[in-house]
Ligand binder design. Structure first.
Ligand code: AVJ
Length: 323
């Protein structure tokens, strides 16, 4: 690292991270909540990778099957020389399928809040796709961010948002995301989105209450992270994983329920919990093909293709910008 003598310096003590302010604000609120994007520290990202292998967790397998079976068709949306911009990339497993199916791609831009993960992913990808520029960007995909110059200079940009991450947003936030993606990708863009579909409630509930307890561990890891990074005093054995499908709102809700009346300290503040009170840690919205395309149309995207698995558990939906 090179220290620049005249660079303006900020006071480290005066700086409150987004994580700290979001957690403190969320724990002060009624009902208590913490944004789901904070699950993904190093341990959380690894736990999520384990979730994707669970027998009950169908979304990843369904999506991979659709991608493998239909990659050739989906790749027709990607013009020669284009840049593929992946929002919230995590592991590159799905991108690899698209990259192999679209050999004329000029650049791949994985964008993720977890910088460690995408740098590693980029290093793993480069030798396998020697002609491709792999240009990771560490950013929060809910905010505007700048694309690297070669991606800006490409004749077109295609967004890739697999994994049903869109389900973590409130519907109005999903619309805002789709609008932000349109602005970032620009004229002539296409967007490929993976979305989990509405299905029987038993299947949904099982996927978020696995027998091995990995999802519970993933949920509780948020408290581990708060304890470590924000000086929290959460006792892991006095909170419990709750996950259930909310039919009215077409979403899985995940909560951490306090098993007793207790006080917890976080970032110097004290938060009180009633017995049974929960921290709402995640919503995972389930869409129909029509409900997602309606949302996308509302912000200027035109439907350009839909692919799903034989049971219609999961969908990949494509959109284009313009008339
Ligand atoms: C990564 C948001 C798609 O909602 O299914 C998995 C996260 N949470 N198990 C999902 C998650 C609990 C996952 N997404």
């Amino acid at each position: 690292m090179v220290a620049l003598a005249r660079a303006p310096r900020r006071q480290p003590q005066a700086e409150v991270s987004d994580f700290e302010s979001d957690v403190v604000e969320g724990l002060r609120a009624m009902p208590k909540h913490v944004p789901a994007k904070y699950f993904y520290d190093g341990a959380g990202s690894q736990l999520f990778e384990r979730i994707t292998d669970l027998p009950e967790y169908y979304p990843t397998r369904c999506e991979l099957r659709i991608l493998r079976d239909r990659a050739g068709d989906i790749a027709k949306l990607i013009p020669a020389g284009a840049a593929l911009v992946e929002f919230g990339s995590g592991s590159s497993k799905k991108a690899r399928i698209m990259l192999a199916a679209a050999p004329k791609l000029a650049a791949y831009v994985p964008v993720d809040i977890c910088g460690e993960m995408i740098e590693q992913e980029a290093a793993d990808l480069r030798p396998d796709f020697p002609g491709l520029k792999v240009l990771p960007v560490t950013a929060d995909i809910t905010q505007a961010f700048a694309l690297p110059a070669p991606a800006k200079a490409a004749p077109a940009r295609v967004g890739f948002f697999p994994g049903s991450t869109i389900g973590n947003f409130e519907p109005h936030e999903a619309a805002a995301f789709l609008r932000n993606a349109a602005n970032i990708l620009g004229a002539g863009a296409a967007l490929i989105v993976g979305a989990d579909l509405i299905k029987p409630v038993e299947v949904l509930n099982a996927a978020y209450n696995d027998a091995a307890g990995v999802t519970a561990k993933f949920n509780l890891n948020l408290l581990v992270r708060i304890n470590r990074e924000l000086g929290g005093t959460f006792k892991l054995d006095s909170f419990e994983h709750h996950a259930f499908y909310n039919r009215e709102r077409s979403r899985i809700e995940m909560h951490l329920a306090s098993l007793k009346r207790q006080k917890v300290k976080v970032a110097g503040d004290i938060f009180e919990f009633r017995a049974g009170e929960t921290i709402h840690t995640e919503n995972s919205y389930k869409y129909s093909i029509e409900s997602l395309s309606a949302l996308a149309r509302g912000v200027g995207w035109r439907p350009a293709g839909v692919w799903s698995d034989p049971r219609n558990y999961f969908s990949i939906q494509a959109f284009r910008l313009g008339e």
